[in-house]
Ligand binder design. Sequence first.
Ligand code: ATP
Length: 878
Amino acid sequence: MKAYWNCTKEQLEEMFGFREKGLTEEEVERIRKETGENRLSEGRHKSLLQVFLSQFCDLMVIILIIAAIISMFSGNTESTIVIFLVLLMNAVLGTIQYRKAEKSLDSLKDLAAPAARVIRDGKRQEIASKEIVPGDYVILEAGDMIVADGRILRNYSLQVNEGSLTGESANVEKNEEVLPEEVPLADRKNMVFSGSFVTYGRAEVLVTATGMETELGKIAGLMNQTKERKTPLQISLDSFSKKLAILIMAICALVFCLGIYRKMPVIDAMMFAVALAVAAIPEALGSIVTIVQAMGSRRMAKEHAIVKELKAVESLGCVSVICSDKTGTLTQNKMHVEEVYLNGMTCKPDELTLESSLQRLFLYNAILNNDASITDGKVLGDPTESALLEMFHEVRLNQDRTENVGQLTIQEETIRNMIPRLEEIPFDSERKCMSSKYRLHGEEEIIFTKGAVDVLLNRCINVAYEEEIRPMDNVEIAKIQKQNQHFSENGLRVLAFACKKSGGELTVEKENGLTFLGLAAMADPPREESIQAVADAKRAGIRTVMITGDHKITAVAIAKRIGIYEEGDLALTGTELDACPEKELEEKIDKISVYARVSPEHKIRIVKAWQKKGNIVSMTGDGVNDAPALKQADIGVAMGITGTEVAKDAAAMILTDDNFATIIKAVTNGRNIYRNIKNAILFLLSGNMAGILSVLYTSLLGLPVPFAPVHLLFINLLTDSLPAIAIGVEPQDASLLEEKPRQASEGILSGETFRRIMLQGLCIAASTMAAFYIGNGKGAAMASTMAFATLTLARLFHGFNCRGNKTIFALGFTGNPYSILAFVSGSVLLGLVLFVPPLRGLFSVESLSCPAVIEIILLAALPTVVIQMVRGVRELKK
Ligand code: ATP
C-alpha cells in the first residue's frame, strides 16, 4: 500500500486524477472493473459439500441410519433402500433450504448495509457503500460509518472512533496535515479507515482503498468468521432434540427388552424399537422453524421493517414497552415554520424582509448556519434545517424581495457562496445548538448560533430589537419564555437564534455572551397512523413512551394528541431525570409517559429501569450517541431514512419508513411468526406422539408391529412437512393484538403445549389403532396398511386443527389457501403409495377395497372432528 498519509494534496490529485467535482459515472465504471465492488469477501459461507455433509451430523439422522442397517439385517432391504433414499433426499432438501435461508438473510443484510455520501459529476448523492471506488470524493458527517479507507482533504473538527481496528475506544481527532512515512496506523491522523465511525464533525475525504485492500480487509482476510449464530428458539429446540434423542433411545431399549422378555424373535423386537425411534424423531422440525422465520423476516422487510437478526423476530413478540423518539417517528417530520418572533412581536415568514438589519441577521443565521441544501428542488438534510431554507423561500417568493447583487436574484446558494463559512461547531443533541462563523460583507467576523430556546437563553446577554440592543434582564427573559410557552402549548417546535461579533478560533466557550435575535416556531404534525398504532399497542398490552430532545410542553402537547400522555401521567425532563434517584425512578417509571429535553445517555437509564421491572424494551434512535441505548434495548430500532449509519449498525431492526406504526406492525408480525412456529411444532409433535403411542400400544399388547420405518419416514418427511409449512404462513388475525405480550422466559414447549401434544396425539392414535384392529382381521400386512393410511390422513386433517387457535369455521377455510394445498398434495402422495403398484411394493402395503378406503377416511377425520368440537365448546363458553 502506498503511504497516502505522506502525500501532499497535489500528489494525491495527480495519483487519482482528482477533481472537486468528483468522478464521472464512466470513470467509476472503469475503476470498478479493475478493483471490484467495495465488499469484504466473506470466508464465512460454508461450501455446498460442507453444508450437504453437515446434514448427516445429526443424532436423529444417525439413529435412522442404524434403523436402516437393522432393517437390512431383518431381510427388509426395500426399507433400507427407502430409508437411505429418504435420507439423501432430506440432505439435498436441507442443503437447498440452508442456501435459500442464507441468501435471504444476505439480501436482508444488503438492505441494512450502510450508505455513503459522495460527490460525483459535481452532484452530491447517496450511494450504497459497495458502489464506492478508489478516487471517489466522500463527505463524512457525524454518525456515518466509514466504509472505505481514505485521505482527508478538508477537515472540520472530525472525530472518529477506530475501536474496531485499533482496539482504542476513545475518539481520535483527525486533521489534514501531511505525515511522515513511518507512522503507525493509529497515528495516521489524516486518514480514515473502513470499519470506524464518525462521532463528531465533518470531513471531505478522497477514497484511497476499498474492499479487501482496506486495512479492515487485511484483518478480515486473516479472520475466518465461520461462527454461526443461532436464535434462542433454535438453541432451545436443539437442546430439546438432544433430550428427545436420549429419551427415545431409552424407550427403544425398553421396548426391545420387553420384546425379548416376551420371547419375540430378536429381529421383530428390533423392528419395534426401530419403528418407535423413527416415529418419535421430528425430522422436519429444525428446517420448518428456519423456513418460517426466514419467510417471516422477508415479509417484514416488505412491510418496511428490516430485522437484522432472526433472534429479533422472536423477541419482537415479547416487547412490552416501546420507547419512541418523537420527531419523525411519531410525527411526520415535514416541518414548516408557522410563525417567527422578532423585535418583541410575532409575524408570518412571508412578512419578513431582507431590508431590515435584524430580520436580515435572523435570516442569514437561518440559512448560513444550516447544513441542509436544496438540489433540483429536492431537500437534502435535517428537516428542521430544511424548514428554515423553505422559510427563506417564502420570504423571497411571496413578496418577490430580491436583493440585487449585480443582476442576480438572491438564492440561499448565492448568499452561501458570497459569505463562506469560516468555522463551525456542528449541532449535537447533547448541546442542543450549533454555531458557525462568517465575515459579513467585509465586516468583523460574526458567530451565528441557533438551538433550543432554554439552552440559548442561558447564553444570551443581550436582546436585539430593530432600533436598539437591550440587556437580557428578567423582563426580557420572561417575555421570550412566555412566547416560547405559547408556541409550545400549540405543539410547535421552537428554535432560538442568536449571534455575536467575535474574532479568533470558534470554540464551545464562544457560544456564550450572545445577542438574542428571535424565535422560529415550526409545526410538525403527528403522523395519522401513529394515533391508531398507539391505540393498537395499548390493546396489545404494550406501553408507548415518548423520548425527545424537544421542549417538555411541546412534547406533552404532541403526546396528548397521539394518545401517549393521559390524565395522571408524568412528564420528566432530562434535568429532572438526573436529579431522580434510581429507586424513585423505578417506582414511578410506570407513570412517566414523556421524557423531554433528554440526551442520548438518559435513554440507557430509561431502558435499564424498564428492564429491571421485567419488561422487554424496544427503543428507537437515530443519532451516533444513541448506539449504546440501541444495544442495551432488547430490540434497538434505527431509523432508515433519517438515522445515522452508526445507529443502524447498532440496531436489531431498521425501519425503512421511519414510522412508529411500522414497529407495531413488526411486533404483530413477530407475535404471529412465534404463534405459527409454536403451532407447527404442536402439529409435528402431536402427530409423532400418535405414532409413538400406536407403536407402544401394539408392543405392550404383543400385537404385530403397525408400521415399517418407511411408512413413518414418508409421513414425517413428506406428508407432514406440507401442512407444517402451511401452518407457518398462517396470516395474522386481529386476536394477536388482544393478547398480552409473551413472557420472554416462557419456553415454546410449555406445560399447556405438552398437554395438547399428548391429548391430540392420543385422539389420532385411537383412530389409528381402530383401523389397525379392523385390518388385523385380514392379517398383519393389512393391519399395517390400514394403520399407516389412517395415521397419514389423520395427520393431514390435523393440519387444519393447528392453524391459529380458533375453530376452522371461525378462521375461515379460505383464510390460508396453503393449508388446503398442503392437504390435497399430501392426499395425492398417499394415494400414489396406496394405489400405484410399484410404489405399493416399495412401501409393502396391501391393496385396499372401497369400504376399507371409506373406513380409513372416516376414522382419519374423526380426531379432527373431536378436536374442533372441543374447541368450539370452549369458544362458546368464553
Ligand atoms: P427527537 O429526540 O424526538 O428526535 P428532537 O429532534 O427534538 O426530538 P434533538 O434532535 O436532540 O431532538 O433536538 C433537540 C433540540 O435541539 C430541539 O428541540 C431543537 O430545539 C434543537 N435543534 C434541533 N435541531 C437543530 C439544529 N439543526 N440546529 C440547532 N438546534 C437544533
